[in-house]
Design a protein around this ligand. Structure first.
Ligand SMILES: [Zn+2]
Length: 462
């Protein structure tokens, strides 16, 4: 599996630091507002990487954070407005109630578009001690300094690689970058806050060696990624807009603290635009996943829509495109049901399709090509229906479109059947064929067809 690395600007083979397990950190939702389809396109990227790697046989750990404090604005000027505070004013709830509400909404919307729940979803507010440790280390190592107000700034001049991800080197940043940042105590105007002294009226603040305050946004991702994945891990994802300053600052913090590169591959996703504009709260252009459902569209079809473009490209969201994706996914589900039982094995024509699909996915997630393979297979006269079904069921582990939904309709295995299937798979894994055959006979005796597939035992009414 190869992915484009934004740092080296090359396509790299994924070779996990810990053999057999790929570790991914994904910047997650900010929970003072709803996530929109643009956010969901970004969050689909780590999900797709995970699915593609698991499809290749890797084990994968995904950590995706919940930002519930701190970064609401990155400015350190006194005028900077904390958007969490605005939400508190608007909705009459306390900050953690706001955070809890929008966390649940975000998880729900992610589930609607088939994003598998990350293995760990650490909350920034629950990792203040880890952030304080990291900040103390950076001060010790000469990468950060405390100012009179009690804020702590990262000294970008102390980190020679600053700007290597985004191209915003100190040289390039000279010309009036962030004029609004007015704290005269900063050594360089690009120095960013690791810890901010709590001003009057601040609701969320914590004690620290430098006085009461709250963390800067970037420090949470350095602290939480290294806590859960170690100081060398494989893939870090986020939207293109996070390259600077968020990820640039994260690199400076993490590498400044441990003295070596932490992330092997930086993967960034392109924006989703609505009628030519970036979908963002600030423009009022917000479409949420539940709106797809309200319009009678299957939210999983949003996956198909996003697969029509390469993940790094910007893409336009249109309702026509979304409706076409919805029709196509529903049509494929009907076809899968019409193809009938899965074939016990694949012929050479089907194998060739499988190779094409796998190559497309492994090639920096070339999903437009993968969808073409799906369409070609659907139309193909060379592959028997039962084999088409096996292929689509297998590929759906990557696509996540629930393509067997219609085929399953009207019948679901009950707990007893599920138990027998699990026992049979365990027996087969242990090469205990006498037991596996006995369970097969039992399943057949209750009227089920038993199929051996690459994913284990499948059953359906005969
Ligand atoms: Zn982040």
């Amino acid at each position: 599996m190869r992915l484009f690395d934004s740092l080296t600007r090359t396509v790299k083979e994924i070779e996990p630091v810990e053999p057999g397990r790929v570790k991914i950190y994904a910047c997650g939702p900010t929970v003072y507002r709803y996530v929109h389809l643009g956010n969901l396109r970004t969050f689909l990227l780590p999900d797709l990487i995970r699915r593609a790697l698991e499809f290749e046989g890797h084990d994968v750990t995904v950590v995706q954070n919940i930002t519930d404090v701190g970064h609401m604005t990155d400015e350190s000027s006194p005028e900077a407005i904390d958007k969490m505070l605005l939400a508190v004013e608007d909705e009459g709830l306390q900050p953690l109630e706001i955070a809890e509400k929008y966390t649940q909404e975000a998880l729900h919307d992610m589930e609607l578009v088939g994003i598998r729940t990350p293995d760990v979803m650490p909350k920034a507010t629950e990792h203040i001690p880890e952030m304080l440790d990291l900040i103390a280390t950076l001060i010790e190592r000469g990468h950060a300094y405390v100012v009179d107000s009690g804020s702590v700034y990262y000294d970008v001049g102390s980190f020679p690689g600053y700007g290597k991800l985004s191209g915003n080197t100190l040289e390039n940043l000279k010309a009036g970058h962030r004029d609004l940042e007015t704290d005269p105590a900063k050594r360089h105007h690009a120095d960013f806050a690791l810890w901010k002294a709590a001003g009057p009226g601040r609701l969320m603040k914590w004690p620290s060696p430098w006085g009461d305050g709250f963390p800067g946004w970037h420090v949470e991702c350095s602290a939480m990624s290294m806590k859960y994945l170690g100081d060398r891990f494989d893939i870090h994802t986020g939207g293109n807009d996070l390259k600077f300053p968020h990820h640039e600052d994260e690199i400076a913090q993490s590498e400044g603290a441990v003295g070596h590169p932490v992330v092997s591959t930086w993967t960034h996703g392109g924006f989703l635009r609505l009628t030519g504009q970036k979908i963002a709260k600030s423009t009022g252009n917000v479409i949420r996943a539940p709106e797809l459902v309200e319009r009678g569209l299957d939210p999983l079809a949003f996956r198909w829509l996003t697969f029509e473009a390469r993940y790094r490209s910007e893409m336009d969201f249109t309702w026509e495109g979304m409706e076409a994706a919805d029709r196509r996914v529903k049509q494929l589900r009907r076809h899968v049901a019409e193809w009938g039982a899965a074939a016990p094995q694949l012929g050479s024509a089907a194998e060739a399709f499988d190779v094409r699909f796998r190559q497309a996915v492994a090639n920096d997630l070339d999903m437009p090509t993968a969808l073409r393979v799906v369409n070609d297979l659907d139309r193909s006269g060379d592959v028997p229906p039962g084999e088409k079904r096996v292929l689509l069921a297998s590929w759906d582990r990557v696509l996540g479109l629930d393509l067997e939904r219609d085929a399953r309709a009207g019948w679901e295995p009950d707990d007893e059947v599920r138990r027998l299937v699990a026992e049979r798979d365990a027996a087969r894994a242990a090469k205990d064929y006498a037991t596996s055959d006995r369970i097969r006979d039992e399943l057949q005796a209750i009227g089920l067809e038993v199929m051996d597939t690459s994913e284990g035992t499948k059953v359906r009414p005969r």
